[in-house]
Design a binder for this molecule. Structure first.
Ligand code: F6P
Length: 362
């Protein structure tokens, strides 16, 4: 029987548990054995009890739970070759030759590198007499399949990452709450949102909450933006609006070189006569139960990941499971990650047109 491992890595995202559940159950359904690797790559390096066989009922209740029940960690030892060699040994001792990883671009790149190195790691294990040639013989190749778990929705080649719609819903709930107090006092609020290099959460939250003005990393601020913002805000007030909401994506603060911090925006609104407060949403945006969309996305992607494992040949490049125009599709993992990194670079160097072109490319 094939043995398939599943793990979550990097920042947690709502829906990761749904992915673990789907991989475990699809593996069992496909007559394979399923293993959960606890605490991300840390569990792979530590081995032993950190790699647990999973049965059908072990993932019961996972679908509606936020965060990641099997844990995630930033693992320094996996960055070193020695750590990866130990990880390979632990996998072979457990009989696992396929890994499904749900994480962000960094975690997925690490996984593909592990696959590349796998044959030489195995050789070293035999040379060092940590394993025998008989033990390693059935484990010539490592299969890697990626699932993108991140609230940021920042991976190229997919329309949605696992977690982004839950986070968006949470941001909207928070802004709705801010709205009621803002309206009561006729106040303005500057709300800071997460998203790293990507303004998707902020743009969608702006549309979904009817905010007055947003700042995202993908759109440069132009000269005179202060007057532009104030004239829009004033126009909305003249139309009878009793509140003002300006959303600032954290990435906009970095990209625009501290030119526009939420506090500075607050000062501009205050000077214009609006009683203004700043609210930083922080990790609330990443927490809580997954929205229906993320339960569905993680389930469909987890099922596809196991199919990809079973169909893989040594020549197949590692795939990442994506969603494009409402269809679950596979894309080359390394290309998707490389394109995502290009987008981040283009944004940092303020080549916004290039960033948008690359992000749209499938
Ligand atoms: O990538 C997810 C994310 O929540 C980003 O939006 C944010 O920039 C970052 O992680 C925060 O990281 P940490 O949880 O390590 O503070």
């Amino acid at each position: 029987k094939r043995r398939i491992g599943v793990m979550t890595s990097g920042g947690d995202a709502p829906g990761m548990n749904g992915a673990v559940r789907a991989v475990v159950r699809m593996a069992l359904f496909s007559n394979c054995e399923a293993f959960a690797i606890y605490e991300g790559y840390e569990g792979l390096v530590q081995g032993g009890d950190m790699i647990k066989e999973m049965n059908w009922e072990d993932v019961r209740g996972f679908l509606a739970e936020g965060g990641t029940i099997i844990g995630t960690a930033r693992c320094m030892s996996f960055m070193e070759r020695e750590g990866r060699r130990t990880a390979a040994k632990n996998m072979i001792l457990k009989g696992i030759d396929a890994l499904v990883i749900c994480g962000g671009d960094g975690s997925l790149t690490g996984a593909d590198r592990f696959r590349d190195e796998w044959p030489s790691l195995i050789e070293e294990l035999v040379e060092r007499k940590e394993l025998t040639s008989e033990q390693v013989a059935p484990f010539k190749h490592l299969n890697i399949v990626g699932l993108v778990g991140s609230i940021d929705n920042d991976l190229s080649m997919t329309d949605a990452t696992i977690g982004c719609y839950s986070s968006l819903a949470r941001i909207c709930e928070a802004i709705d709450s801010v709205d009621t107090t803002a309206t009561s006092h006729q106040r303005a609020f500057v709300v800071e949102t997460m998203g790293r290099h990507c303004g998707w959460l902020t743009l969608m939250a702006g549309v979904a909450t009817g905010s007055d003005f947003i700042f995202i990393p993908e759109k440069p601020v132009e000269d005179g933006w202060e007057d532009n913002m104030l004239s829009i805000v004033k126009k909305h007030r003249q139309l009878g609006k009793r509140k003002t909401i300006v959303i600032v994506a954290e990435g906009a603060i970095d990209v625009h070189l501290n030119k526009i911090t939420p506090t500075q925006i607050k000062d501009i609104l205050s000077k214009a006569g609006l009683d203004t407060r700043v609210t930083t949403l922080g990790h609330v945006q990443r927490g809580g139960q997954p929205a229906a969309y993320d339960r569905m996305l993680s389930t469909l992607q987890g099922v596809e990941a196991v199919k990809a494992v079973l169909e893989a040949t040594p020549e197949t490049p590692s795939p990442v499971i994506c969603m494009i125009e409402n269809k679950i599709v596979r894309r080359p993992l390394l290309e998707a990650v490389a394109q995502t990194k290009e987008v981040a670079k283009a944004i940092e160097s303020k080549d916004f047109e290039k960033a948008m072109r690359l992000r749209d490319a499938e």
